[in-house]
Write a protein that binds this ligand. Structure first.
Ligand code: GAP
Length: 514
C-alpha cells in the first residue's frame, strides 16, 4: 500500500520513536533542536551500516586504511582549511514570522516545485501514450520546455550570484521569484547575510589563557593533518586512501527534516591521495564505486541520481552529489569531491611542515591531489529507513507494517520463539539462542500469540523468526519464517548457523560490490 510522501515521513518519525530507533535528544526537557539520540535498535542499525561502509572501504581495498582522529583539533587547522573564513551559509529572515531561512534552500525549493510540475506532466503523458519515450517528450512538449527553461535560467542566475558572492543579487532572485515565507506567507525579507556554521568553545582552565577551539565541522581535516604520519608509518604508496568515521558538528540554520540535517551528526569520509593529473580518472572511479555501494542495498536504482554542483566549494575542481529520493524529494546523500592539493598545501603553509610524497617511479616529490568520498551516516540511515518502511495489505484485508531492511543491516538477525511457554519449549529455545548468539544479535520473545510476535519482528526488520514447537523436541527441527515472503521452512537446529550465515552476514553484501 503506497503512502503519501508526507504521511510516510510522519510515519517514519513516529515508527522510529515507537520501536526504539531514534529519540529526540533530552526529550524530558522538551528536546534540543536538530539533535537526536539513537535508541536500542537504532544504535544496532547504525553500527551495521557503519560496519558495512568500513569493510567496503578498508577491508576490501588493500590500499585504504582507517584512522580515528580526535574531534578537537588545533585551531589553526580551521584557518588553514578555509572554514573560519568561508564555511558560511547565506541566511535571510522573514520580518513578519521572525523565521530564519537559508537563502539557497528557499531558491532550491522553488526550483524543486517547478521540477515537480515537469514530473507530473511526464507521468500524465506516460499514462496516455503507449511506447512512451520520456526523452523525446521532454524535448518536444511545449509546457515542459517552458518549465525547463525557467529552471535553467534560475540556476544560471543563482550560480553566478553565488560565485560572485553577490548577496544582494541572491536576495533579488528571491524577490523576483516571489518566494513567500511558509509561516507568515509574506515577502517581507531582510537582506541576505553570511553565517559561520562552526561551533566554538574554549580549551584551558583560566580564561586569559583559554584558546578558542572548534568542534570539527567535517572529519576530513583529521585525515589531512595525519596524511604524512599514515603514509610513512604504513609505507603507503600512491594511490592510497585514508578512511574515517566520526562525529561532526554544524550550527545549521535550517534544522528540520528529522535526522536529515542535524547539528551533531556522523560522517564517513575517505580521502584518496593520487598523482596530480590523475584526479579526474579517480573522481569518475569513486563516483561509480560509491553509487554501486548504495545500489547494493537493494532500495532500487530509481531512488538514486547524480547531481553536479553548481557552485564548487573553495577547495574543489569537480564535485557531485549522489542524491537519494527521500519522502521530501531528491536530496544530497553523499558528496564526491575532487579537492585538488588545496588542503595539504594549506596545511604545509600554515604549519611550515612539508606534506609531500616522494614518487619512486618519477623520482620526484609532489603534494598529492585528493579525491574525497563523504557520506553522512545519519542521512544514510534515514534513506534506508524511508525506503524500507511499508504498510502491506495481506490476503484477507489485514495490514502489516514491514521494515524490509537489507538482512545484513537488520538490528536483530533472527528472533527465537517457543510456540508456548511450557513443555520444555522455552528451554530448547534458550539452547538455540546460546547456539546462535556468538555469531549474531538474536532476540527472544514468548509473549502473545505467534502471529503477533511475527508482526512485532516485521516492524523492526528482523529477517527470520525461528519457532520451537513440539515437533522440535522429537526431531530437532524448527520452523523458520521469512520476513518478506512470510514463507515458512522446516530446518534442522544444527543447520541454523549455516542458514543464517548465507543470508544475513555482511559477506554477501560485500561480495556483491567487488
Ligand atoms: N568533507 C566534505 C564534507 O563535509 P559535505 O557535503 O558538507 O562535505 C558530506 O558533507 C555529507 O555529510 C553530506 O553529503 C551529508 O550526507 C552529510 N551531512 C552534512 N551536513 C549534515 C547535517 N547537518 N546533518 C546530517 N548530515 C549531514
Amino acid at each position: 500500500m503506497s503512502q503519501k510522501p508526507e504521511d510516510l515521513f510522519k510515519n517514519i518519525i513516529s515508527h522510529s520513536k515507537e520501536y526504539g530507533f531514534i529519540f529526540q535528544s533530552s526529550e524530558i526537557y522538551d528536546g534540543l533542536s536538530a539533535v537526536y539520540d539513537y535508541g536500542q535498535l537504532g544504535a544496532e542499525l547504525k553500527k551495521n551500516i557503519r560496519d558495512y561502509w568500513w569493510k567496503a572501504m578498508v577491508q576490501l581495498h588493500e590500499n585504504i586504511v582507517g584512522i580515528d582522529a580526535a574531534i578537537f583539533m588545533h585551531p589553526t587547522t580551521w584557518k588553514a582549511s578555509g572554514h573560519v573564513d568561508a564555511f558560511n551559509d547565506p541566511l535571510i529572515d522573514n520580518k513578519d514570522s521572525k523565521k530564519r531561512y537559508r537563502a539557497d534552500v528557499l531558491i532550491e525549493d522553488h526550483v524543486a516545485k517547478i521540477e515537480d510540475k515537469i514530473k507530473k506532466e511526464v507521468e500524465k503523458a506516460a499514462k496516455r501514450f503507449e511506447n512512451f519515450d520520456e526523452t523525446m517528450f521532454r524535448a518536444t512538449n511545449g509546457r515542459v520546455k517552458e518549465y525547463q527553461d525557467k529552471i535553467d535560467a534560475i540556476n544560471l542566475r543563482f550560480k553566478t550570484a553565488l560565485n560572485d558572492n553577490n548577496l544582494e543579487e541572491v536576495k533579488q532572485i528571491i524577490v523576483d521569484l516571489e518566494i513567500v515565507c511558509p509561516i507568515s506567507g509574506s515577502r517581507n525579507w531582510t537582506d541576505v547575510r553570511q553565517f559561520n556554521l562552526m561551533f566554538s568553545t574554549s580549551m584551558g582552565s583560566v580564561s586569559e589563557d583559554a584558546n578558542t577551539i572548534y568542534l570539527r565541522p567535517e572529519t576530513a581535516q583529521g585525515i589531512f593533518v595525519n596524511y604524512l604520519n599514515v603514509q610513512k608509518t604504513g609505507r603507503m604508496k600512491i594511490p592510497f586512501g585514508i578512511a574515517q568515521t566520526g562525529k561532526a558538528f554544524r550550527n545549521e540554520i535550517v534544522a528540520r527534516q528529522f535526522i536529515f540535517r542535524m547539528r551533531e551528526f556522523e560522517q564517513m569520509e575517505m580521502q584518496f591521495f593520487v598523482k596530480p593529473g590523475t584526479e579526474m580518472e579517480w573522481y569518475e572511479y569513486w563516483k561509480k564505486a560509491r553509487l554501486n555501494w548504495h545500489l547494493s542495498l537493494g532500495m532500487g536504482k530509481e531512488k538514486y541520481r547524480y547531481h553536479d554542483h553548481l557552485k564548487l566549494a573553495h577547495y574543489a575542481n569537480a564535485a557531485c552529489d549522489i542524491e537519494h529520493e527521500f519522502p521530501f524529494g531528491f536530496k544530497e546523500l553523499e558528496g564526491i569531491h575532487s579537492r585538488t592539493d588545496f588542503d595539504l598545501k594549506q596545511h604545509e603553509q600554515f604549519s611550515g611542515k612539508k606534506l609531500q610524497y616522494f614518487d619512486p617511479e618519477l623520482n620526484q616529490s609532489y603534494v598529492p591531489y585528493v579525491v574525497e568520498t563523504s557520506v553522512g551516516l545519519d542521512r544514510l540511515f534515514l534513506s534506508i529507513l524511508s525506503s524500507a518502511l511499508k504498510e502491506e495489505v495481506l490476503e484477507g484485508g489485514e495490514t502489516r507494517t514491514l521494515l524490509s531492511l537489507p538482512p545484513a543491516l537488520a538490528p536483530y538477525k533472527a528472533a527465537v520463539f517457543p510456540l508456548i511457554k511450557r513443555d520444555g519449549l522455552p528451554e530448547l529455545a534458550e539452547k538455540i539462542m546460546n547456539q546462535l548468539k556468538f555469531d549474531y544479535n538474536i532476540t527472544y520473545d514468548e509473549k502473545d500469540a505467534v502471529g503477533r510476535r511475527y508482526r512485532r519482528q516485521d516492524a523492526i526488520g528482523t529477517p527470520y523468526c525461528i519457532t520451537v514447537d513440539h515437533q522440535s523436541l522429537e526431531d530437532n527441527t524448527v520452523t523458520v519464517r521469512h520476513r518478506d515472503s512470510m514463507q515458512q521452512d522446516r530446518i534442522r537446529i544444527e543447520d541454523l548457523n549455516a542458514f543464517l550465515d548465507e543470508r544475513v552476514s555482511l559477506k554477501s553484501l560485500l561480495k556483491s560490490i567487488v
